[in-house]
Design a protein around this ligand. Structure first.
Ligand code: ADP
Ligand code: MG
Length: 704
């Protein structure tokens, strides 16, 4: 019997080849597959008589294959398969492009359903229909003669293929246990999980899809609320070291800065210092636009802790970011003698004040830390979590990562001091509207920096039409000649392999791909400059090296996907050019733009768009006029809903939960129920299936 935890390869009909393709979608287990929901549905439930078909309609017919042929068209590499299909009322031609194998499947005499678009005018035909052979008149169908789910697809994996695998999985699977307790299901009128899974993939009618969706949104939101409350309760019961606030020292530090802090920087700093004074662990998220100056706020909090003899771990997602924080630190506070260490995979260094920075071996650094001779330790999270033990750790600061569980914190501590939990501060530049973050990060207290330092130059932002492309390239060339650097952002990595089969595919087909743009820009447009590319499929070491080369001005132009979004301060980069700007969310565009405008030179952001719709104009206008990321995020949220506004990648939250967050009733109800459950059984032991599900949820919400 198939189980939810099994790898997809265990499903009959899913072999190596399909496993790899599913992997591209992030689908590894049977659970992942079954929870890969359709994004929309097409209604093929009515079976039409061939004579009744109208051009341009989407329809299903049921008929017998009379004849079928395949030929290669005059256009190279285009196979055309044509069949004649008939029912009692008449006959129609069906045409498939580049699917020569169809001829071997649909042999003459076979009865099948055909669903698809009716094309042509005088003589109509079925264009690329989905077909399904019927063994008997009543056989159950998956792809035709019913409402069918349309899935987010990946290359070579169609909705039809997904439906087949999901259908097999559903039939091979025993009844899986429902994590939502039965009592709650009954009270809230939610369908049972197995039933809901079946209905969300193969619904009889649209009501079934709605009630199933509601059920799964409820589940996600319920888990989120449970997680948040559980963290809150656990933390409230645990203890941490009090870090006394030395106000004179803090004032002295602020006074030494080469710039005045903004009001919201001061406010946030004070909120943090107030929290860390207590013996209950702080759990705070510091949100602020890129460049709003979060690092210096965190740094002062760290120095205040160091003042009282405590240690601080400062974690960044990449080595470059860690080095950057380290450099900011020793530049701004160059007379700090308590020891600042940088520990990344490539570097280990300790700074004891007054330019006495020295490279030492990692082993030495670790010993110094263990002797509490270094108060502030900056590094990548993996490194700090794995190898370092801190005798006096009192504060953990994490950049660009929202959550850090109670358990993860405890793991950082030296065993001799178990029982204590360090204070935790996370920093994020992802602008999330307040209403959303209250639910999404209900376990965290929030501090907000909602203004940029006064000295910032405005980034000149412009939309660029296809006719202006050449002129823009000339401008970029001139800037690069003056020594500036530029980013080009594209929505995807590879150009698609196949010819587009339908309108949507054709739209996607035109979307700029990094590899293609890189070829074009490096060979044709800017052959005399150094161009490089950056994308998510590169190894992390490769990515870091490219970023480093860019930072060190060895590269003039960097062609990248959205991976560049979180990241590095390159003051010399003054141009951000975004291809197919319509493809990105506003929050994302805003983040891209924040990558430039860091240095002394005037910066520019060019939004390339071919779309002239009102909606697109409004979006571009919004980004040009936005005062800060949060304002824009509110707007984006209203326009698009939270699912698309923030992808799963940014929040770790599934799409359905993201959508559900906008439903205040559901937010409130799930919170109440989570509260009830935890009151009844604080460790959820009483509900083993829920507990198990919660553990999976937690592991996804934390990063490794
Ligand atoms: P982020 O919030 O994106 O992490 P950083 O902390 O990297 O931003 O700050 C960006 C730059 O702005 C740094 O060089 C920092 O020294 C500088 N900075 C921080 N606060 C101020 C301020 N109040 N006025 C002027 N510059 C500031
Ligand atoms: Mg930062």
């Amino acid at each position: 019997m198939l189980r939810l935890e099994d790898p997809v390869s265990k499903i009959k009909s899913v072999g190596q080849r399909w496993s790899a393709k599913l992997d591209n979608l992030g689908v590894k287990t049977v659970r992942d597959l079954l929870f890969h929901f359709p994004t929309r549905y097409e209604d093929f439930s009515e079976i039409y008589r061939i004579t009744d078909l109208i051009p341009r309609q989407e329809a299903t017919i049921r008929g017998v294959v009379e004849e079928i042929t395949t030929r290669k068209s005059w256009k190279r590499n285009l196979y055309l398969t044509e069949a004649v299909i008939s029912d009692d009322s008449g006959s129609i031609r069906a045409v498939w492009f580049n699917q020569p194998y169809v001829k071997n499947i649909l042999q003459p005499g076979i009865t099948a359903n055909f669903s698809g678009k009716i094309s042509g005018n005088a003589e109509v035909y079925l264009s690329n229909p989905t077909y399904e052979i019927l063994k008997s008149e009543e056989s159950l169908t998956k792809h035709t003669g019913r409402i069918v789910g349309i899935y987010p697809e990946t290359r070579g994996l169609t909705s039809k293929g997904l439906r087949n695998m999901i259908s097999t999985a559903l039939s091979e699977m025993g009844k899986a246990d429902d994590p939502i307790p039965e009592r709650i299901r009954n009270e809230e009128n939610l369908p049972e999980m197995n039933e809901a899974l079946k209905k969300i993939h193969f619904p009889e009618n649209m009501e079934e899809t709605l009630s199933s969706r509601k059920r799964f949104s409820f589940e996600d939101l319920f888990l989120l609320q449970l997680y948040n409350l559980k963290q809150k309760i656990t933390l409230a019961k645990s203890h941490s070291v009090k870090i006394p606030m030395d106000l004179d020292y803090v004032k002295e530090l602020i006074g030494k800065l080469p710039f005045p802090l903004t009001l919201s920087q001061k406010k946030s700093l004070f909120e943090i210092l107030k929290d860390t004074e207590k013996n209950v662990p702080m759990n705070r998220l510091l949100q602020g636009d890129v460049g709003s100056g979060k690092t210096v706020v965190a740094a002062i909090a760290a120095l205040n802790a160091a003042r009282s003899g405590k240690q601080v771990a400062f974690m960044a997602p990449t080595s470059i970011l860690a080095s950057q924080h380290y450099n900011t630190f020793i530049r701004l506070f160059d007379d700090f003698e308590g020891g600042v260490a940088l520990l990344t995979s490539g570097e280990s260094e300790i700074f004891y004040g007054h330019e006495l920075s020295s490279e030492i071996t990692k082993k030495r650094a670790l010993t110094e830390i263990e002797k509490n001779k270094v108060k502030i330790i900056i590094g990548t999270h993996a490194l700090l979590q794995k190898y370092v033990s801190f005798p006096e750790l009192a504060l953990v600061i994490v950049d660009e990562q929202h959550r850090f569980g109670v358990k993860q914190r405890a793991e950082l501590l030296d065993e001799r001091r178990s029982g204590l939990v360090p204070h935790f501060l996370s920093m994020s530049a992802t602008p999330i509207p307040r209403t959303l973050s209250l639910t999404l990060f209900g376990d965290l207290d929030l501090s907000l920096i909602n203004e940029l330092p006064k000295n910032r130059k405005k980034i000149i932002t412009k939309t660029v039409s296809p006719e202006e492309r050449k002129k823009t390239y000339e401008f970029i060339r001139a800037s690069m000649k003056e020594g500036r650097q530029a980013f080009v952002i594209c929505p995807r990595i590879d150009p698609p392999e196949d010819e587009p089969k339908n309108y949507m595919a054709a739209l996607m087909w035109q979307v700029k791909a990094v590899k293609e743009e890189y070829e074009k820009l490096s060979k044709e447009i800017f052959p005399d400059f150094k161009t490089a590319m950056l994308h998510g499929k590169m190894k992390s070491g490769e990515k870091e090296n490219t970023m480093k080369d860019f930072l060190n001005k060895k590269i003039n132009l960097l062609v990248s996907t959205s991976v560049v979004e979180v990241g590095v301060d390159v003051p010399n980069a003054t141009i951000m050019m975004i291809e197919d700007a319509d493809r990105f969310g506003l929050a994302q565009l805003y983040q891209f733009r924040g990558r430039v405008g860091r240095g002394e030179h005037q910066s520019y952001c060019f939004l390339f768009t071919e779309s002239k719709t009102k909606n697109s104009n409004q979006r571009m206008k919004a980004i040009i006029e936005a005062k800060n990321g949060f304002e824009l995020a509110e707007y984006d949220l209203k326009m698009r809903g939270p699912g698309e506004f923030l992808g799963e990648s940014q929040t770790g939250m599934p799409d359905l939960a993201m959508k559900a967050i906008q439903n205040p009733e559901l937010v409130k109800r799930t919170r109440e129920l989570a509260f009830e459950i935890l009151k009844e059984s604080p460790d959820v032991k009483k509900y083993p299936r829920l507990k198990e599900r919660l553990q999976i949820f937690e592991s996804k919400i934390h990063w490794e």
